[in-house]
Design a protein around this ligand. Structure first.
Ligand SMILES: [Cu+2]
Length: 304
């Protein structure tokens, strides 16, 4: 068998100069790419900037997306360069390129150190930003660990059921509405529950997402920062019309909100009278989905 002869481009020196070439182009392109992602793409990333929590999520996504650029480019550059320069040509020993990498402790060490640092760094970053500085906007369960640190909260109960959301307002006489409006620059406390199966309250542009479980009060916070529209979707497969379980909401001025809520309270007063007492969870009636719902241990026929 003919001995394999190293070409110039495969000597150690040539390899090093190739690496320097790849690295310099990589650094320049990475800086440009990172700037583009941060400044051009960044402000358009989901979920927007309508609330504190949305802003926080957008920052996290922007940061991670920017960090991804050099990693992705390095893989592409290295891959492209390898194919062009180091591919096995007809008549060559195909095991040589692999042999150059296996057992290369420098390359392997660098790989381990860089990937471990990146992953652990991201874990620390994610954990920190999940808790500080403004909470994550996620459902925190019945006794939330992170709270906004103010007692001046607008409380909105989200009642999910197959296949709609209803909103209940304990600070407005316990009225129920099918739509949702929120005042700007206000801390909101969502109390999310379900009347039947597992749903999920996902107010996309608010950066809020909380599971809606029957017989459970799931609390989520957000602080509105800008007016605008938002979409509410169910984000837990909940039956045949799951895909149709959505509605729209609005963040409006505080004055507009007061007006809307007061109007709704008056309009709904006759219905509110018939509702069960405001409660953090409700048990459905035995008469099924069409039959409304009642607090635990209340005989639905007692009012008839
Ligand atoms: Cu649902």
């Amino acid at each position: 068998m003919a001995k394999f002869v190293l070409e110039d481009s495969r000597s150690e020196e040539a390899g090093r100069s190739a690496l320097v070439k790849i690295l310099s182009v990589w650094i320049v392109v990475s800086i440009i790419g990172m700037a583009l992602v941060w400044f051009v793409l960044g402000p358009h990333l989901a979920p927007g900037t309508m609330t504190d929590q949305a802003q926080g999520a957008q920052f996290d996504i922007k940061f991670v997306s920017t960090l991804v650029v050099p990693v992705l480019l390095f893989v592409w550059f290295f891959f492209g360069y390898s194919i062009m320069k180091w591919r096995v040509r007809p008549g060559e020993d195909g095991t040589l390129p692999a042999a150059n990498i296996s057992g290369n402790s420098k390359a392997q060490g660098a790989w381990y150190i860089i990937t471990t640092t990146l992953v652990l760094g991201l874990a620390a970053f994610g954990t920190y930003f999940l808790i500080a500085p403004a909470g994550a906007g996620g459902g925190e369960g019945a006794s939330p660990i992170w709270t906004p640190g103010t007692t001046k909260l607008l409380q909105v109960q989200v009642i999910a059921q197959q296949w709609r959301f209803t909103y209940r307002w304990p600070q407005f006489g316990g009225m129920e509405t099918t739509g949702i409006e929120l005042p700007v620059n206000t801390e909101i406390q969502f109390n999310v529950t379900s009347l039947d199966v597992i749903h999920d309250f996902w107010a996309y542009q608010l950066g809020v997402k909380a599971d809606a479980n029957p017989d459970y009060n799931n609390v989520a916070f957000t602080k509105t920062l800008a007016t605008g529209n938002f979409t509410v979707r169910c984000d837990e497969l909940c039956g045949i019309w799951h895909g149709a379980m959505f509605n729209y909401g609005k963040v409006v001025s505080q004055q507009q909100f007061e007006q809307w809520a007061t109007n709704m309270e008056q309009q709904n007063a006759p219905v509110t009278k018939l509702l069960p007492k405001y409660s953090l969870t409700y048990t459905p009636s035995y008469s099924g989905a069409g039959g409304g719902y009642y607090n635990t241990n209340v005989d639905p026929n007692a009012n008839l």
